[in-house]
Design a protein around this ligand. Structure first.
Ligand code: FUL
Length: 513
């Protein structure tokens, strides 16, 4: 019940937490290059052209290319059965019997994940590393006689398997007596510094928006800008996610992103003043800064913007109902098929999947989770292991020559067709008829995100083009499923685009029913 309530209040809490965001907008306006100002004199055409040319920063591009990233919720709650601890559970309660971070990372790597983010400190304030700034950490626990360090175990395993390592550090701390005072921001900076300097490369820092009361009943004003500056200084390659300028929360925890997902959005999505003002009023449109809106970046929305920024979506979801491990959820672990559906609705909708897999009390992934991860890996191989267009001849009517590069399984080679009034066409002729029910399209986002509408057709036996699927945005990756078709001649049309579409890869696949 407590868990259910916790989950229920979660979305609202994150939303309220966003109100705590400091003067991020100022920092963003001063520092980002992945943005553009809109001038009062800009015509609608000019605004569209500007939007089409906003590009990700290098760190955002690297982050997006991972596609699959993992969350590891582990800590005091694992031992108490809670989702949110109150910070009062004795440190002695934390005592995994056989912690095996190697197993976590090995299984994630084998399932295609590229990095893992550990909850180094959740809202209860308990630190999974021996922080010098608190008496509430693994150092005070019986685990490994107080000599253990979970952050080190996970970061070492990530290095061993060539995986990226990320840290979740909860700003909300229900244990620290400093919470609610200026000194808490120093405390937070000290802890962040430990995490960013003792464990090698960190590729993502994840801040949740929770901003509740501390043990003294006080609320905290978070000094986000100071924290961002520290991260940029100590780990310049790391993206700062959710309550941060590089990666935005997709707006749900279902694993389902939007059908139309723009990575270029009005800059005021980062403006806490606008968030507060808009949240107080009845809205005709979705308030800026509310990540739950249906439309964050259409032409209609960007026309009113003062500036545009590359701010891509991260889709976080747990493999289980809860974020932390609870034995009674062992039979509620998402199946490989459910994970694949989530892959389609996250990665396949221009997002990065952040899948939570919570280790159990022993300190291992439970059997059910391991089986699902392995099954998911098999499905990835079965569906996407073989691009049926691989041997197809490609004709891009309007293209200057390099058409074949869109099916060479190499994202770095892309094709810029000459769009005729926003349209571009790719026609594939395969040596033998192929049966397919999945389309994958990717834009080379280093040039921007441009495609607004596309469709897939095949030539039927009567020699007529039959449309089988349509979509809106593409971005880094768009996947569409449709009833199986057998054909030899297939056509992908970019029907509308904000500029010349730069297509990096196109694939057709067959998913068994
Ligand atoms: C939220 C937290 O309250 C949840 O416990 C979980 O960590 C989720 C990913 O973020 O804000």
């Amino acid at each position: 019940m407590e868990q259910e309530q916790a989950m229920h209040h979660y979305t609202v809490k994150r939303w309220i937490g966003m109100l705590c965001l400091g003067s991020l907008y100022t920092l963003m306006s001063a520092q980002v290059s992945n943005s553009v100002a809109i001038l009062p004199t800009d015509t609608p055409e000019k605004i569209i052209e500007k939007a089409a040319n906003v590009r990700p920063s290098d760190r955002q591009f690297r982050w997006q290319r991972q596609e699959l990233t993992a969350f590891l919720h582990f800590g005091m709650n694992t031992f108490t059965g809670k989702e949110w601890g109150d910070g009062k559970t004795p440190a002695a309660t934390f005592n995994p019997s056989g912690l095996d971070a190697d197993q976590w990372i090995k299984e994630l790597k084998a399932a295609g994940f590229k990095s893992a983010i550990l909850t180094c400190k959740h809202h209860d304030g308990f630190c999974l590393w021996p922080s010098a700034y608190t008496d509430y950490s693994v150092k005070q626990s019986p685990w490994e006689n107080g000599q253990g360090d979970v952050v080190k175990a996970v970061s070492d395993a990530c290095k061993k398997y060539g995986m990226g390592f990320g840290v979740y550090l909860s700003p909300w701390d229900r244990n620290s007596a400093l919470y609610g005072t200026d000194a808490y921001n120093d405390y937070f900076v000290n802890q962040l510094t430990e995490l960013l300097t003792h464990y090698g490369a960190v590729n993502e820092v994840w801040f949740d928006g929770a901003c509740g009361e501390g043990p003294n009943g006080k609320k905290q004003t978070y000094d986000f800008v100071r924290w961002y500056r520290l991260i940029r200084k100590l780990q310049p390659e790391a993206v700062i996610a959710v309550m941060g300028p590089d990666v935005r929360w997709v707006g749900t925890e279902t694993g389902r992103g939007r059908d139309t997902e723009w990575s270029v959005v009005p800059m005021n999505n980062l403006d806490q003043t606008a968030i507060m003002a808009n949240s107080q009023q009845e809205q005709l449109h979705q308030p800026a800064g509310d990540m739950r809106g249906q439309d964050l970046g259409s032409r209609h929305v960007i026309m009113d913007a003062k500036a545009l920024v590359w701010y891509p979506a991260e889709t976080d979801v747990s493999i289980r109902p809860g974020w932390f491990y609870h034995p009674d959820q062992d039979n509620k672990v998402k199946t490989p098929k459910e994970l694949m559906d989530i892959y389609f609705t996250s990665v396949g909708k221009n997002g990065v999947l952040l899948l939570n897999v919570p280790p159990n009390k022993a300190g291992r992934f439970a059997e059910a989770d391991v089986n699902s991860l392995r099954g998911f890996a098999q499905l990835q191989q079965q569906i996407f292991g073989h691009n049926l267009l691989k041997h197809a001849a490609v004709m891009c009517k309007t293209i200057a020559g390099k058409g074949a590069t869109v099916v060479d399984n190499n994202y770095d080679t892309s094709c810029e067709p000459k769009a005729i009034q926003g349209k571009a066409t790719f026609i594939f002729t395969t040596p033998q008829p192929i049966s397919f029910n999945v389309l994958s399209v990717q834009e080379d986002i280093r040039k921007g995100q441009r495609v607004e509408k596309f469709s897939l057709s095949y030539l039927d036996v009567q020699g007529k083009w039959q449309k089988i699927a349509t979509g809106t945005t593409v971005g880094h990756k768009r996947l569409l499923s449709f009833p199986e078709v057998k054909a030899k001649k297939i056509k992908l049309t970019i029907d509308e685009s904000r500029g010349i579409p730069t297509i990096a890869e196109i694939g057709l696949y067959r998913q068994s029913p």
